[in-house]
Design a protein around this ligand. Structure first.
Ligand code: NDP
Ligand code: 2IT
Length: 447
């Protein structure tokens, strides 16, 4: 970083949180991009915008005690990071995964704040979750845990305060249990959670929204920047959860061929295109491992080691599993296979040296903050419908999602162009969001 104020701030964050590597990584992304605009904005330093914007407003931590089916007592850690309410109530998902730490949630909450500012909807940013491992738990244990988690979290939620949704390990089933218990505790029916099934006040298209939005973003970027489209492209998708499945569905609808998908144990490779109905049956209905795929489609081959998915020759790579899954070694394989584009369905799935390598080889890179914003965008529409006491049609919402993703692409591409960095969407997204949030902060005084 050239700017001394930024440099000083980065080192102060590093000293304050030496072990929070994911959080520091997310901070570093922002600071390296906005370095280019600091000299034109002395007010950012004068009002100490960096420290105020990157530090979360509130970090809530609590103990979650619950009983398993054998009456064994377990304790997990629960958190909610309320990063910023500058432009609306805190908004962002809940993650249940053993790898959850305060650092992971602080990075996710920071990125959520930047992402939400792109949607044009009045939403701040937050993220929460627990180091609870849902794998191998019975339905009843999942419900028991969700209720124990909400028993603490409900104090901090509300449609005008903080509105969680799903993320890794938290899908419609978990949102249902969390929301049901929230209502029981508060005796209020409000849009205090999104990602609900339509049967209990959720929105059509929310389940599909992140994946569909990612495919819309990719198709738009290919058209505007590469004079091509998803049609006929070979696509690699990591993960086989909510984001991955609906990204695959829309990629296929738009004429692409999804040739590989994975979970944390391994991946499947199909020469032509995966059978998405089989993936849905395995993952959504049966909650099984992707290893069982060949039982449904003998054209698909299963291999251990999910990281090897990136060695397959393809045109487009969509990391849709988790943070830092796409490292420099994986990117090297993509580069060797002349990949055309990498777009992040997951949050921060590409490591910093992975991104550097992509840039070095001039490969189009779409950062998650923009490319996966479709989920939270439709969460915003879920809040709007519930507040309006009405429901909108699938087509209406899908159209708004499509237009929203195009709008996000235009906004960040335009910002990148403004600085003669037209091909750098990472720069575009960070500068666009930062300017919007800094402006919101300046207007609201020192609070
Ligand atoms: P799911 O829980 O539905 O699916 C997660 C998928 O990623 C599974 O296939 C899982 O495999 C794999 N995975 C998770 N953790 C790891 C890991 N440590 N190593 C390897 N594979 C892993 O989550 P989502 O699809 O909702 O979320 C995926 C990503 O997208 C996350 O980064 C999330 O933050 C991001 N995202 C989600 C949004 C949403 O609306 N849900 C919106 C925007 C971004 P396994 O089953 O073996 O664990
Ligand atoms: O990372 C994300 O954007 C999400 N997990 C969805 C957040 C939301 O509030 O819908």
């Amino acid at each position: 970083m050239q700017n001394t104020y930024l440099d000083k701030q980065y080192h102060a964050f590093k000293q304050r949180y030496p072990n929070e590597t994911e959080y520091l990584q997310a901070i570093h992304h922002v600071l390296t991009s906005i370095d280019a605009i600091m000299d034109d904005h002395p007010e950012y330093e004068a009002y100490n915008i960096i420290e105020r914007l990157l530090e979360p407003e509130r970090v809530i931590g609590f103990k979650v005690t619950w009983l398993d089916d054998n009456n064994q007592v377990h304790v997990n850690r629960g958190y909610r990071v309320q990063h910023s309410a500058l432009i609306g109530p805190y908004k962002g998902g809940l993650r249940f995964h053993p790898s959850v730490t305060q650092s992971v949630l602080k990075f996710l909450a920071l990125e959520q704040t930047f992402k939400n500012s792109l949607t044009t909807l009045p939403m701040g940013g937050g993220k929460g979750g627990s180091d609870f491992d849902p794998k191998g738990k019975s339905n009843r244990e999942i419900m028991t845990f969700c209720q124990a988690f909400m028993r603490e979290l409900f104090h901090h939620l509300g449609e005008d305060v903080d509105v969680p949704a799903g993320d890794i390990g938290v899908g419609q089933r978990e949102v249902g249990y969390l929301y049901g218990y929230y209502k029981k505790l508060t005796n209020q029916v409000t849009s205090s959670m999104t990602g609900k099934d339509t049967a209990i006040g959720g929105s059509l298209v929310r389940q599909e929204a992140t994946g569909y939005g990612l495919a819309y973003f990719v198709d738009t970027a290919l058209r505007k920047m590469k004079n091509t489209s998803l049609k006929g492209k070979k696509v690699l998708i990591s993960g086989s959860g909510n984001v991955a499945i609906y990204a695959a569905e829309k990629v296929i609808e738009l004429g692409g061929n999804v040739i590989a998908m994975s979970d944390s144990s391994g991946y499947i490779h199909c020469e032509e295109c995966v059978d998405l109905d089989a993936i849905k049956t395995i993952k959504e209905e049966k909650r099984e491992r992707i290893k069982t795929y060949p039982d449904y489609d003998d054209k698909g081959k299963y291999h251990d080691d999910p990281a090897k998915l990136w060695e397959i020759d393809a045109d487009i790579a969509l990391p849709c599993a988790t943070q830092n899954e796409l490292d420099a070694t994986a990117v090297k394989h993509l580069v060797d296979n002349s990949i055309m584009m990498v777009a992040e369905g997951a949050n921060m799935p590409t490591t910093e040296d992975g991104i550097a390598l992509l840039r070095q080889h001039e490969i189009l890179f779409a950062p998650g903050k923009a490319a996966n914003a479709g989920g939270v965008l439709v969460s915003g529409l879920e809040i709007a419908q519930q507040a309006q006491f009405s429901t909108w049609s699938f087509d209406t919402i899908n159209q708004r999602l499509k237009e929203g993703m195009k709008g996000i692409f235009e906004a960040i591409h335009q910002t990148a162009k403004e600085f003669n960095k037209a091909d750098d969407l990472q720069f575009g997204v960070n500068v666009y969001s930062f300017r919007k949030l800094a402006n919101a902060m300046l207007q609201q005084g020192v609070v």
